[in-house]
Write a protein that binds this ligand. Structure first.
Ligand SMILES: [Zn+2]
Length: 293
């Protein structure tokens, strides 16, 4: 996984270098790619005001064992080393790491840990930037930075934009409307050329995916679950409507299913239709990259 994709998945902001910074429950975590054994892995660091005891490290280590994270303390900087290669990291793994960071922040909060607020260069308050050095972002004044020309900068903590409710509503409306529009070929075929119509259900997920994309909402695994439900719901409703037409044309459910071939054809329609929707989801999924910012 590319570093920028990794940072986006974690909702971190990227620094000028390959490092990044993210806020989890008001704690500012630095990310940087570091080496561990033979691979490049994610490191997370955060400077703390209070001394970090070895007992506390043991406690946190236990909580993070399940995430393959090694916890360390260097001069009151908490360091989390993730034992997973960045290059081979899958989106699901990166998402799991955000849970590990949430868990860490929860532990920090429970134990009343705080982070330095004063400028790391002049010691005064009112910071408006971050100074990145030795794998740690520390608050500082932008004005203080030229004295340290080799340090990176990043504007001072602003919470990441929350999910935009307007974009979410627009996405749902667009997604449902376009799914309906994209089911028109299947509806037309169902009337004039029914042998063929179930294949055209493949376009229903495409409509939903394009609608979500154009609505510009955050995209995560939940989005795809919702799109799946929406597509199957529409597709199955359409097939039920088509079956009802066929039954009516032959004078009722009794006479329709008296022909064994009709039963077979209906089952085949439902099977092909469901497959077409599944295929559509898989085929067009790439049009909607996971975007959480
Ligand atoms: Zn300063």
């Amino acid at each position: 996984m590319q570093i920028n994709t990794f940072l986006e998945t974690l909702r971190f902001r990227q620094d000028q270098r390959s490092s990044g910074i993210g806020t989890v429950q008001n704690y500012h975590f630095t990310f940087f790619p570091g080496s561990y054994g033979y691979s490049v892995v994610p490191y997370f660091t955060l400077p703390l005001n209070e001394p970090i005891t070895s007992d506390w490290i043991t406690l946190l280590q236990k909580a993070l064992d399940a995430f393959d994270i090694v916890v360390k303390n260097e001069n009151d900087v908490l360091i989390l080393v993730v034992n997973h290669s960045l290059a081979f990291m899958k989106p699901a793994e990166a998402l799991r790491l955000s849970q590990a960071l949430e868990k860490t922040a929860g532990y920090l909060k429970e134990n009343n840990f705080t982070q330095p607020q004063l400028c790391s260069i002049c010691g005064q308050s009112g910071c408006d930037a971050y100074d990145y050095a030795h794998g740690v972002h520390r608050p500082c004044h932008r004005a203080c930075l030229p004295e340290k020309p080799d340090s990176g900068t990043l504007s001072h903590p602003e919470p990441l934009p929350a999910e935009d409710l307007g974009a979410r509503i627009l996405s749902v409306i667009l997604s449902i409307s376009l799914s309906i529009v994209f089911s028109i070929p299947a509806i037309v075929a169902a009337i004039y050329y029914p042998v063929f119509y179930t294949f055209l259900l493949i376009f229903i997920p495409l409509g939903g995916i394009l609608g979500t994309k154009w609505g510009r909402t955050n995209v995560n695994s939940r989005t795809f679950r919702d799109l799946n439900i929406q597509s199957y719901f529409l597709g199955i409703a359409l097939m039920a409507w088509r079956l009802n037409l066929a039954i009516a044309a032959q004078g009722g459910i009794g006479t329709y299913f008296a022909h064994f071939a009709n039963l077979g054809a209906s089952l085949l329609d439902f099977a092909v239709g469901s497959l077409a929707i599944t295929a559509g989801m898989a085929l067009f999924r790439a049009l909607l990259p996971v975007r959480k910012l």
